[in-house]
Design a protein around this ligand. Structure first.
Ligand SMILES: Nc1nc2c(ncn2[C@@H]2O[C@H](COP(=O)(O)OP(=O)(O)OP(=O)(O)O)[C@@H](O)[C@H]2O)c(=O)[nH]1
Ligand SMILES: [Mg+2]
Length: 632
């Protein structure tokens, strides 16, 4: 029995499945038609769940369901099963099969499989603009008559042909146009044996593709192949990857510095006015303290520290994603992951982790083997997410580089940040290997990761999209957490038990343990209270120190460094804080996502404990060694 999907379908529209191979533009078609914002990008396997949205066409409502991409419908993976079940179910009245015009033959294979299951199919030949550019001509009319179902050419990103697609869809759904009966018979009369059937469909797809395609130039993929040679060869692939990492970080650090300072100054000026206003209206001191010293200060630090780097990092990352670089990263790292007994696709989920570890964990659904999926989930936290970058950047800059903004300094910071990230990547390999040798034993499965064609990213829309969909989203999430956290910490710093505040009491209690790790009670406390979001670790640290020495305005890194030095920081404290930022528990959102993905308390705990224990051990070790050799 096929399990039904729960759809909202609020307008009670005709339910239509949107299926196709991975990375052919299904979500782009979906987004254009429904006005929604499913994740799109140039690598196979982005859509992992199910999204639905409504389109209206000539007074009729259609409920489109964006399915994960599948190469076939033979239920090899969770995602294929979802797609197959849905297409076959009574729920969907028709299927739009989206195809990549630049690799029609393989796509037609899936079209034919779908046509065997349902006789209401519209074929959408997408990416037609790319095909044109490569000199691939497809005779759409002929294809339509050979397939016996409506065929429409589209360039979804440019919104070309989508009206025609809706007309064809309404012909099929409302006009009740079915597949050509001869075709239906031909497909039904293929063999009952699944293997022979698959082969027959493949043959047929080849024949049809040969019949409708005309090439200007047989060698249309030459440029891609040349570029791939450089980007994925052993000798050049890895160095270019590391170089790119440094360049991206350098842009982020260099670019973020000035706006960060400007924002901090602006917030501090506004803070002064707010204070004056509070005095003017005779606001009670406890309320003023809670609102301005607590909520407002934490919020403004979070914004000024986080917004500029994110607004630079996310767009660059998205540009690389749309260009098609991420699958090349996976390709380059594949052998390392194989050696570690894990899956090469883990490189993709690792890349997603740079933005947000929770997103990376959800992304692990592209990994078919449950064992390898768990490895990817447990180790995802080893790449620092966007909430942790600001901590790393500011401490590296203050303690190891020098805070004046010069080209050399920002380059040095970028190198060090890249080194920390590479350390995280190596830790991913080590821990993956450890897991696959111990609690997650097994042989790594083989898979074919497709290298999609390079696509020219649309710079303007990428910037807009990454700022609105990602930057502001992440910032908003951080702020929602930061405001109450600011309040809580202010209250803790101001409620006295005896002659000590609660905050001081707790930090003093955990201080001895933190010292063993080369940290102090306040730092460890900031990490603990930062469980809801790493973004608030720095503001909490600042408030923790301030509750001892007041009169501080976060206007520049130099002042911040002074505050830290006054509280006994040395280079060792800084180094350990960096290490602990890299290795500690995932934030609560990520933990919740891990639980949702694994449905297991045990694996959620493992994901919590592995990086945490590693962080404690590593920092204790560096502290021990530093003291042993009298380095501090
Ligand atoms: N040039 C061009 N690019 C397109 C077109 N449609 C989509 N793209 C790009 O192709 C890439 C893949 O698009 P998606 O919509 O994410 O593909 P998908 O089929 O949903 O992919 P999965 O969910 O991973 O299976 C993105 O970078 C899109 O911007 C098009 O018509 N022309
Ligand atoms: Mg998609």
């Amino acid at each position: 029995m096929v399990e039904q999907l729960t759809l909202v379908n609020e307008n009670n529209g005709h339910v239509v499945a949107l299926a196709g191979n991975p990375n052919v533009g299904k979500s782009t078609v979906f987004n254009q038609l429904t006005g929604l914002k499913q994740h799109t990008g140039n690598w196979p396997g982005k859509t992992v769940g199910i999204a639905e949205g409504t389109v209206e066409h000539e007074g009729e409502f259609y409920c489109l369901v964006d399915l994960p991409g599948t190469y076939s419908l033979s239920s090899n993976s969770e995602e294929e099963e979802v797609a197959q079940d849905f297409i076959q179910s009574e729920q969907s009245v028709a299927t739009i099969c989206v195809c990549d015009a630049t690799s029609l033959e393989r796509n037609l294979n899936l079209v034919l499989q779908i046509m065997q299951m349902s006789d209401k199919v519209v074929v959408c030949i997408n990416l037609i603009d790319e095909a044109r550019k490569k000199g691939i001509h497809i005779n759409i009319d002929k294809l339509q008559s050979l397939l016996g179902v409506p065929v429409v050419a589209t360039a979804a990103r440019q919104n070309e042909g989508l009206d025609d697609l809706m007309v064809a869809l309404s012909d099929v759904v409302v006009g009740d146009i079915k597949m050509n009966p001869y075709m239906k018979e031909a497909l039904a009369s293929l063999s009952d044996d699944p293997e022979e059937n698959t082969k027959a469909l493949l043959d047929r797809a080849t024949v049809i593709a040969d019949d409708v395609i005309e090439l200007d130039n047989e060698d249309y993929n030459r440029r891609d192949r040349k570029l791939d040679k450089i980007l994925t060869q052993r000798a050049t692939g890895l160095p270019i990857m590391i170089l790119l990492l440094v360049v991206v970080f350098w842009f982020t650090i260099q670019g973020a510095n000035v706006p960060s300072d400007a924002l901090a100054k602006m917030f501090s000026t506004i803070g002064d006015y707010l204070n004056q206003f509070a005095h003017y209206i005779h606001m009670p001191e406890w309320l003023r303290g809670a609102l301005i010293d607590g909520v407002y200060n934490v919020l403004s630090t979070v914004i000024s520290v986080m917004l500029p780097p994110m607004a630079i990092f996310f767009p660059i990352f998205t540009l690389l994603e749309d260009f098609g670089y991420l699958p090349r990263v996976a390709f380059n790292l594949d052998s390392f992951f194989a050696k570690a007994g894990a899956c090469g696709k883990q490189a993709l989920t690792m890349c997603m982790g740079f933005g947000c570890n929770a997103a990376g964990v959800t992304g692990t659904r592209i990994i078919n083997s449950p064992r390898e999926k768990l490895i990817a989930i447990v180790t995802n936290n080893f790449v620092p997410c966007n909430g942790r970058f600001p901590i790393l950047i500011s401490i590296i800059t203050m303690f190891f580089v020098g805070s004046s903004v010069t080209l050399g300094n920002s380059l040095k910071s970028a190198f060090m940040l890249a080194a920390v990230v590479i350390l995280g990547v190596f830790s991913t390999f080590w821990i993956s290997q450890l897991l696959s040798k111990t609690i997650l034993k097994g042989i790594p499965s083989s898979f074919t990761l497709e290298l999609p064609p390079y696509r020219k990213p649309q710079v303007g829309s990428v910037i807009v999209r990454s700022i609105f969909d990602r930057t502001l989203f992440v910032l908003w999430r951080a702020m929602v957490v930061a405001a109450p956290a600011g309040l809580v910490i202010w209250v803790m710093a101001n409620i006295m038990v005896g002659d000590q505040s609660i905050l001081a009491l707790i930090t003093d209690t955990i201080d001895p343990f933190a010292r063993l790790m080369g940290l102090d009670g306040t730092i460890l406390m900031a990490f603990i209270l930062g469980l809801p979001a790493n973004e608030i670790v720095i503001p909490i640290m600042v408030m923790g120190y301030l509750s001892k020495s007041t009169l501080f305005e976060f206007e520049s890194l130099d002042q911040f460094k002074q505050l830290l030095l006054d509280n006994g920081w040395t280079w060792l404290t800084a180094a350990n804080t960096i290490l602990f930022t890299l290795y500690h528990w995932p934030c609560s959102t990520t933990l919740m996502t891990i639980y949702k993905e694994t449905k297991s308390h045990k694996w959620t705990w493992v994901s919590f404990l592995v990086p945490t224990i590693m962080g404690i051990v590593v920092t204790m070790l560096t502290t021990f060694l530093a003291h042993l050799f009298n380095l501090v």
